[in-house]
Design a protein around this ligand. Structure first.
Ligand SMILES: *Cc1c(COP(=O)(O)O)cnc(C)c1O
Length: 478
């Protein structure tokens, strides 16, 4: 047995390289990361390939070790060399991600030290850090002192926590679901209905409320829908306005929504996954008026606060239902968390073995200060207005709605042929080129190009280049 243990130990010790063996690994990883960052100003925003990344299959998980250089080559080719570049300032599609360098350092340090962030007893500092970030964000969006929440892996997960909390607050049981009405606009993100389904609430009637010419939920239509449901003996339960839609960045009338929610006893859970971060910016606060009246809301730091992908926050005004919906006790756990001075994140989400996710936001905030984030967000808002002004001046362009936040939806109006086909061909052409990455959508049935300005590395230069490339490509195509 001892011989066998000795043998196994010799093998398993390979998993834990010593300082001398780590040194070249650090250096190679640093070079890889630094090379990637230095190439960013010129590297493509999108790489279109046949069967992208399929070469990874030729690089299977080995039994024996492989040299790091080979592994990094495979990473560069099959993963970092295909599809969308999530660090590029010319990523203007969907809602662009960023990946701040300090955020990546936060992840690296969190993984090395591996502090546990779900239970106060084991990870008191990591738990305090998560709570500090939550309190700070709650204050920034105008929620009252004592609000709480959870740092989830993304907006969709954060919405699931919000939906379960709202269900708890209303005391809904399965038999109530077919009567528990949900209201959102026809522009709402699909992840709300997905969260309802995953929460087992597929039977809850979902009312898609029509929007106005600016794609904002129409309060009078909402009121009418609530009244109709009340007359039918149903139970209006949850209102999910959007603070910044994915399509056009439209902000629903949050004050009017909050008034209606209050009057009819609905829980207002605001989807600010994309837009709520703009509450940090002076010019964003006006557009978001009423956000602070939400019972709960979702804000994605991996969008509007530029962290690496994997951070969506749910903020909740009322701790009680949040905790009731998620807290559990078990014999193998230390003293009940309610005895402790800090709320444990395991009490406010499904996750249990949770890493120090806060570090990816806390570290950039500490290193750069909040003011730099406010400025960056003001910059993106102003860039959107600048781009819209330039689109308005372009002949043969329908500049689309005035941006409410930082998303533009516009289209070229060709002198001959169908506009939809022309703009789709234009988008395909630009994606194949890969220099700028845009996406498309449909507004009132017509195909529009979308330019979303949110990546940390998107500045005036990138917007100008995108507009020029669009004009040139449109002229070539015409
Ligand atoms: C991105 C987004 C979501 C979903 O969040 P994920 O972080 O992608 O899970 C929900 N709503 C809106 C408005 C979004 O932009």
């Amino acid at each position: 047995m001892l011989e066998r243990l000795k043998d196994l130990e010799a093998q398993s010790r390979k998993l834990d390289p010593g300082a001398g063996e780590r040194a070249p690994l650090w250096e190679a990883a640093r070079q890889y990361g630094e090379g990637f960052l230095q190439a960013l100003p010129e590297s493509p925003a999108f790489v279109l390939k046949d069967r992208p990344g399929a070469g990874l299959a030729g690089f299977p998980i080995p039994e024996a070790e492989r040299p790091f250089s080979q592994v990094l080559e495979a990473l560069a080719e099959h993963v970092d060399g295909v599809g969308a570049n999530g660090a590029s300032g010319r990523h203007l599609a969907f809602i662009p991600p960023s990946s701040l360098f300090a955020g990546a350092l936060g992840d690296l340090l969190a993984a090395i030290t591996n502090r546990y962030a779900a239970y106060f007893f084991a990870g008191p500092g990591a738990v305090r850090m998560e709570n500090q970030v939550i309190s700070w964000l709650a204050r920034e969006v105008g929620l009252p002192e004592g609000s709480s929440g959870n740092l989830a892996a993304g907006g969709s997960m954060a919405h699931l926590v919000g939906v379960c909390t709202a269900r708890e607050a209303a005391g809904l049981k399965a038999a109530d679901y077919p009567r528990a009405c949900v209201y959102l606009s026809d522009q709402a993100h699909h992840c709300i209905v997905k969260a309802l389904r995953v929460a087992g609430m597929d039977e809850a009637p979902v009312r898609s409320i029509p929007t106005d010419a600016d794609f904002r939920l129409r309060p009078e239509a909402l009121e009418a829908a609530i009244q109709e449901d009340l007359r039918a003996g149903l139970r209006p339960w949850l209102l999910v306005p959007t603070a910044g839609t994915t399509n056009t960045g439209a902000v629903d009338p949050l004050e009017a929504c909050a008034d209606l929610a209050q009057r009819h006893g609905l829980w207002m859970h605001t989807d600010g996954a994309y837009g709520a971060s703009f509450a940090l910016a002076e010019s964003g606060r006006t557009a978001l008026r009423g956000l602070e009246r939400s019972d709960s809301l979702v804000l994605d730091p991996h969008k509007g606060l530029f962290t690496p992908l994997g951070l969506g926050v749910v903020l909740v005004r009322h701790l009680d239902p949040l905790r009731k919906a998620h807290a559990f006790r078990a014999d193998y756990l230390p003293s009940p968390p309610e005895d402790l001075e800090e709320l444990s994140p395991s009490e406010t989400t499904l996750e249990f073995s949770k890493h120090a996710r806060a570090l990816r936001l806390w570290l950039p905030l500490q290193l750069h200060g909040a003011a730099a984030f406010r400025a960056a967000l003001d910059e993106k808002l102003l860039l959107a207005r600048y781009a819209h002004a330039r689109l308005r001046e372009m002949p043969g362009v329908d500049p689309g709605p005035e941006p409410q936040l930082s998303v533009l939806a516009f289209r070229f109006l060709p002198s001959a042929g169908e506009a939809d086909a022309f703009n789709q061909a234009l988008l395909q052409q630009l994606t194949a080129e890969g220099r700028i990455f845009l996406s498309g959508t449909r507004l009132n049935g017509a195909f529009y190009l979308r330019m979303a300005i949110l990546a940390a590395r998107t500045h005036r230069e990138q917007v100008d280049e995108a507009l020029e490339r669009l004009q040139t490509a449109a002229a070539e195509l015409a």
